[in-house]
Structure formats: C-alpha cells, structure tokens
Design a protein around this ligand. Structure first.
Ligand code: DGY
Length: 386
C-alpha cells in the first residue's frame, strides 16, 4: 500500500493537477504551469530516489500529468496508475529515458517527454573537464596538496599527458559527442577519430575547416577520421569519450577485452550511462594499468560504485553532474513542464526537439507546443507547423 508523501502546493485551485516528483531548479517552470490553470504539487520528501509506491501515492486518484526523474522506474505499474488517475502526460527531466518503458506508456496512452537540446554544451563541457582533469591528474594533485604533502617542486611530480597533437576518440558522435569533439579539437588541437553508425557530416566539415585555418596560420593542421569499427577508436585514441545511448547493443560496450585494446596511458571518459562500461572489469584494468586514467560521471549501479573503484587514484568520479549548470537545469525543468502542459492542453508536438530556444526565452511566452515527445508517432500526435 502506498504511503503518503510530503508535498508543496502551488495554485491550489488550478483545474489540472500536475505532480513533480522532485523540486526542480528555477521558478519559471512553476509559473508556466500555474498561469495555465494547473495546480502544481511538488514532492518535498527527503528521499533521493522515490520508490514506485511513493510515486503511486503522489499520483493518487486524479492526476493530469507527472514530471519525473531519471532515478525512477517508470514502467507498467506507474503508467497504469497514471492512466487510472486520468493522466496522459509524463516527462522525464532528462534527455535520456532508459528508466522509462515507452511501450508501456504508449499502451496506456501516456505521452513521454524528454529534454533534448538544452544539455548538449553543458554535458560536453563536463566530459572535456574530466578529460583534462584526468590527463593532468588534477584531483590527485589537489588531494596531495591538501594533505600537506607538497614540500617542493620535483621533476616527476604528477606528470600527466599533453593533449595537443594527440588523438581524441569519440564513440557516439551525436549532439553531445560532436560538441565534445569540437571542444577538444578546437581547444587543444587534437586530431579526431570517431565511431558512429551515422556520418557526423557537420563535425567533419568543422574539423576540415579548422585544419585549413591552422595550416594557413602556419600551424600543424588537425585531422579527422571516421572509423569503421569501434575497436579502431579504442586502439588509436589517446583520450576516448563515450556518448552512445544505453540500450541492449551498448550494454557493457567497454568490457575487459576492449579495455585491453586501449593504450596503456589512455584516458577514458563516460558521461553517457554507467552500464555502457563493465565497471568491475574497469576496476581490474585500473589496478593493472596505473597510468590508464578514467573520468566517470555515471556508474553501472547508481548511486553505488563497484568495489575498489573509490580507492583508485587513477579514477576521477563525480556524481552524475554532467548536465548540472544552472542554465541547463532550469531549461530542463522548463522543457519537462512544457511537455506535460502541452499534452494536457492538446498542443501539437514541436517539429525539431533539438531547436528548443523559443521555449527557453524568458522574455516571451513559449510556443504552444510540446517541446519533445518520444512516443509522439506511436500515439499519433500531430506535429507543430510552427
Ligand atoms: C540526462 O538528461 O539524460 C542526463 O544524464 C542528466 O544529466
């Protein structure tokens, strides 16, 4: 039996009841909902990960839509509960939705929203930060300093890797992977090798043009290559960043065998989803190869780390913060709220979910559309002409 959970209520007399399973950054998202006759209930329970029962209790008997989080298990039970309560709208406050059973949602006629287009640069910047921190051993050096161990400059102290002229490898060159690649190529003059099922034409053009610019300025040009296998990237790159979506084909994409293909001093970064790496195999690899370094934002069984990972000096670990810039998190909250609002109001679905700027402009009302509904086609929702 579901237990009651604590909530904060906005616009108590609103016609539509919208629940957010967590307080979210900013206030615009609340205003956008209350201005459109929504009663907004925000769960304030001091519990990081809500259980299915907690969420069922929040949904209650009458609920028009829910904004949820990537830590929650949105499957058959929750979508049938939401549908019973009259709800037809759900949005994850995330671009990834591997926590959502989209088929179950579709079966119950519930639209599933996500928040692309607003995380790209922020996530790529974290991947770049982890690449830099790992290559220059920033965290190890910081700990050493704070521990009072620094007693003078030494030729061998925290020697790391130079990025300039090295090769950056990107696995999954979609929006975030391409933005990361550009940062590393443009910022550090690294050469690029990437693997993706689709050709990253814009990225290739950018690296070509940048290479020509450098050449014309008398500098060594940067180069790019699209690898025909992922293994080529693993073998050749000095820094590798993972940006695939998590599905059956990418589960444990980086396993013991593939780790052994990588250079002994390579750097591996993961800001996608934890299960893309076999974390137990990674711990063993880190133990056996002290100069191999890793920067991880995500973990196989969040919020936990596999035994031994926390003890590894050659691992930098941060708690799933890749999208954690104020602008992005407020934007994600806004897009999630507008997905739910749009479905409640019967608005069409925005034609390009990656071009979400019009929804984020604080100085004008957002378009009358749902920014991004992943099962729009399956539900037969109309596309916006705007
Ligand atoms: C997402 O949106 O999928 C991210 O992982 C959140 O940081």
């Amino acid at each position: 039996m579901a237990t009651p959970v604590s909530i904060e209520v906005w616009n108590p007399n609103g016609k539509y009841r919208v629940v957010s399973t967590k307080p979210m950054p900013g206030t615009r998202w609340i205003r956008l909902l209350t201005d459109q006759d929504c009663r907004v209930e925000i769960c304030t329970q001091r519990k990081t990960i809500l259980s299915v029962d907690d969420i069922l209790a929040l949904i209650g008997d009458k609920c028009d839509g829910v904004i949820g989080q990537l830590t929650e298990d949105w499957g058959e039970v929750l979508f049938s509960g939401l549908s019973r309560a009259g709800g037809r709208a759900f949005s994850n406050m995330a671009v990834g939705y591997n926590n959502v059973d989209v088929n179950a949602a579709t079966k119950y006629g519930v639209a599933v929203g996500n928040t692309p287009g607003v995380l790209t640069e922020t996530t790529a910047e974290l991947a770049a930060s982890l690449s830099l921190s790992a290559s220059r051993r920033i965290v190890e050096a910081d700990e050493f300093m704070r521990a009072g161990l620094y007693d003078g400059w030494l030729p061998h102290l925290f020697v790391g890797n130079l990025l300039k002229g090295q090769t950056v490898g990107v696995i999954g060159a979609g929006r975030i992977g391409s933005a990361y690649a550009r940062m590393m190529v443009e910022g550090f003059k690294m050469n690029l090798i990437y693997y993706d099922l689709y050709q990253a034409t814009r990225l290739e053009k950018f690296v070509t043009a940048y290479g020509e610019f450098l050449k014309a300025s008398g500098e060594a040009p940067v180069t790019w290559r699209r690898a025909s296998t992922m293994e080529e990237v693993l073998r050749e790159a000095d820094v590798i960043s993972l940006h695939p979506v998590l599905d059956k084909t990418t589960y444990h994409l980086v396993n013991k065998e593939r780790l052994s293909m990588m250079k002994k001093e390579a750097i591996l970064v993961n800001c996608s989803r934890g299960p893309v790496i076999d974390e137990a195999a990674l711990v063993e690899h880190l133990k056996e190869n002290p100069m191999f370094r890793v920067g991880l934002d995500v973990f196989e069984e969040e919020p936990y780390m596999k035994p031994g990972l926390a003890d590894m000096k050659n691992a930098i670990v941060v708690p799933h913060i890749a999208s954690a810039s104020k602008w992005t998190r407020e934007g994600m909250a806004t897009l999630a709220a507008l997905n739910v609002l749009g479905k409640i109001k019967g608005y069409p679905v925005w034609s390009d979910p990656n071009r979400v700027e019009p929804f984020l402009n604080e100085n004008s009302p957002p378009p009358a559309a749902c920014p991004s509904i992943v099962n729009a086609k399956a539900l037969g929702l109309t596309a916006s002409k705007l």
